[in-house]
Each structure stands twice: as C-alpha cells, then as structure tokens.
Design a protein around this ligand. Structure first.
Ligand code: SF4
Ligand code: SF4
Ligand code: SF4
Length: 360
C-alpha cells in the first residue's frame, strides 16, 4: 500500500475529492464512474458519469445519505462483462457487498476500479431531503451507529482508498494505492504528484482503531437490548409486514434474477386458504410473509454486510436490521465467514465440508 495525500483547499474536503475523481476520468484512468451526485438540494442519487466536468461540479462522494447500496448500481453496469473500466466510488458496506456479488457472478471485477471512501455514517435519505440537505437534528441510521467497518477491507478489491477518519481538513485526504491496483490507473495517480501520506496514514489507523472499539461496544449493546428468540417472537416482530418485498429489492446481496416469492409458487385456491384459516382460526394475509423472511434470512445471512438498506426501505419500519444482525452474527461465526473479506473465500453455501457445522 502506498500512502499519498490530497491537499484540501478552502473549498473543503468534498471538493478536493471530486477534483481527484474528475482527474481519473479526464486522464482516461477510468472510462466512466459510478458516484453519488447532487441533483437537487438534499437529493443525491447514483450516476454513471462520463464527463469530468460533471464530476467536478456535482459529485458528492461524501454525501451523508446512501440512497441505495452502490454495489447494485455497479452490478447493473458491469454484469455483462463490458469492455473498459468503471470507477466505482463505494462506501465500505457497498464495497463488501460488491465482493459478494462478484462471487455470484453479478459483476465482473476486471471491469471495476474500486475507489473506496471512509464512512462515518449516513442519515435517512427522506429526512435529509425534507431538511433540504441539512443534517442538523437528524440521527445517524441505526446500522451506521453500530457499523464495525467504517473503512474498507482493502485486499478484497485492490484499488484506491480515500481516507479521512481522524484527519483534520488541513491534514488533507489520504490516498492509499493498493500494490495490486491496475498499473494503468496507478500510473495516472503517480503522475498527479501527490505528497507523501505516511504520517496521515498512521494518524488515521489510530483513529480507526478507537472508532471501531467504540462501535463494537455500541453493537454489543444494540444486540443485547432486544432478544428475539424462537419462531413466535420472530413472527411477532414481523407482524406488520405488508409483503411489499421492498426489503429484498433494496438488499444488495439478494441477487436472484427471479425471486420465488414473485412467482405463482405460493398461489392457492380459496379452499386451500380457508382450510389453513380453519386450522388456526385466522390466516394472516398476505399469507407467506414469515416464510419470505425466513427464506431471505436463510439465503442472505451469510453475505449480509450490515448496510441497513432493508430497514431503510421498509414502509412499516420493521426492525429488519436488528433481525439480520442477530442471525448473520451467528451464521457468519459458525462458518468463520466474513462477507466482503476476500474474493477467494468461497461462499459457504456453495461448498460442503463434513465438519463444517462442528463447533470452532
Ligand atoms: S453501514 Fe453505514 S457507516 Fe457503515 S459503511 Fe455503510 S453507510 Fe457507512
Ligand atoms: S439484509 Fe439488510 S443489512 Fe443485510 S445486506 Fe441486505 S439490506 Fe443490508
Ligand atoms: S419492506 Fe417491510 S413491509 Fe415490505 S416485505 Fe419487507 S419487511 Fe415486509
């Protein structure tokens, strides 16, 4: 890893970053770039930018909201193995989700230049929009308050990390260039003549250690505060689910092109519904909401990157992040699996070992 430094001028950190990103486009280091852009006060959305002037003016790489998990957007543009390189400006949870999507062939890594940005948390996009782009009085999303990965896992997608945790604006922004970054891109970064960032790198590492410790305590307290044990408690938590499937659409690692819950698999005749209602006295309709959540959890808990997008998308504001955090902590520990850690680490459900459920 080589640590360099972008100087931050009067216009601030975000402007310095936007200029750096614009230079990557201008020099041809990347052919296009997925980045957040401001389209109206308080409204940011992902765009595939081609014009460096657009990036310079409108890119918001530090936007305090995550309208969707960017890995889904990147997957959409590189799923079909195009030619060329797309720069992907990602938060840590987005980068980890992209690694999971690459493992299930939903993105081609050779077409992606990962540009990962430190993240100290995001706010609800609707509240942010209603406040016309101000965060005053807003609370960080729950997933962000307990996020254990505010910085990217650097080796999974060898790229560029833009770091600022623990750094003042006058310290600049750290640019960490991975040893295995595409040499053409690395050459462009070299030509920018950035200053050495080793001191800033050390300062940031120390601050990150402190932040993760704090977050770990918050995470443990968050899980301990609400015990959900057994199927009945699980069903109670999800009693208000309307079956809209927004949580599945928003989940970056829920990748099936056709979801079984969008097919006619669970459709029945009136008589069947009535018989089921008869057995229990009444049948919750839509009828398969609990099966839907159990299936999603079964499929996704190993790859869950704790981004909280499911809960953000839920119109009933159900505690989906909490439920997934509880389940994924156990399943990921059981298989010793860390989503997004490495492209070489096989997804446990694609492999079988006789001793895989033995206590570790
Ligand atoms: S979960 Fe929140 S704090 Fe963590 S990387 Fe994602 S947006 Fe940032
Ligand atoms: S289940 Fe929720 S928290 Fe986990 S990856 Fe999907 S959207 Fe993110
Ligand atoms: S988004 Fe909420 S209401 Fe819609 S299916 Fe998911 S949990 Fe149910």
């Amino acid at each position: 890893m080589k640590n360099l430094l972008i100087a931050v001028e009067q216009e601030g950190r975000e402007k310095a970053l936007s200029s750096f990103l614009a230079r990557l486009l201008e020099t041809g280091a990347v052919d296009a770039m997925v980045v957040l852009a401001e389209v109206a006060p308080g409204v940011t959305t992902h765009v595939l930018a081609k014009d460096p002037r657009f990036v310079e003016r409108w890119a918001r790489p530090l936007s305090p909201v995550m309208p969707s998990n960017a890995s889904q957007v990147v997957s959409e543009v590189v799923r079909k193995r195009p030619s060329g390189r797309v720069g992907a400006v990602l938060r840590p949870c987005e980068s980890r989700a992209l690694v999971e999507l690459i493992k299930v062939r939903q993105a081609a890594p050779e077409n992606v230049v990962s540009i990962c940005v430190d993240c100290t948390g995001t706010y609800d996009p609707v509240a942010y929009r209603d406040a016309h782009g101000s965060v005053e009085g807003l609370a960080l999303r729950e997933a962000c308050r307990v996020c254990l990965n505010p910085t990217p896992l650097e080796d999974a997608l060898p790229g560029i990390v833009l770091g600022f945790i623990g750094l003042d604006e006058r310290d600049g922004v750290l640019v960490s260039v991975h040893d295995r970054l595409d040499p053409d891109v690395a050459a462009v970064v070299d030509e920018l003549g950035l200053a050495c960032g080793e001191d800033a790198g050390r300062k940031r590492s120390e601050a990150v250690r402190g932040l993760v410790q704090e977050r770990q305590s918050a995470y443990d307290a968050f899980l301990a505060a609400r015990e959900v044990s057994g199927i009945e408690a699980f069903a109670r938590e999800l009693g208000a689910c309307t079956g809209c499937h927004n949580c599945r659409v928003a989940c970056p690692v829920c990748y099936c092109r056709e979801c079984i819950f969008d097919t006619d698999t669970f459709e029945g005749e009136l008589g069947q519904f009535v018989r089921r209602a008869e057995r229990k006295g009444a049948l919750k309709v839509p009828s398969e909401t609990i099966l839907y959540h159990l299936t999603r959890m079964n499929h996704m808990s190993l790859s869950c990157v704790a981004c909280g997008q499911c809960e953000q998308a839920c119109p009933a504001r159900l505690p989906l992040f909490h439920l997934f955090a509880m389940a994924s902590r156990r399943t990921q520990a059981l298989f010793g699996y860390v989503p997004g850690r490495s492209l070489e680490e096989e997804l446990p459900f694609t492999t079988f070992r006789e001793d895989e459920l033995e206590p570790r």
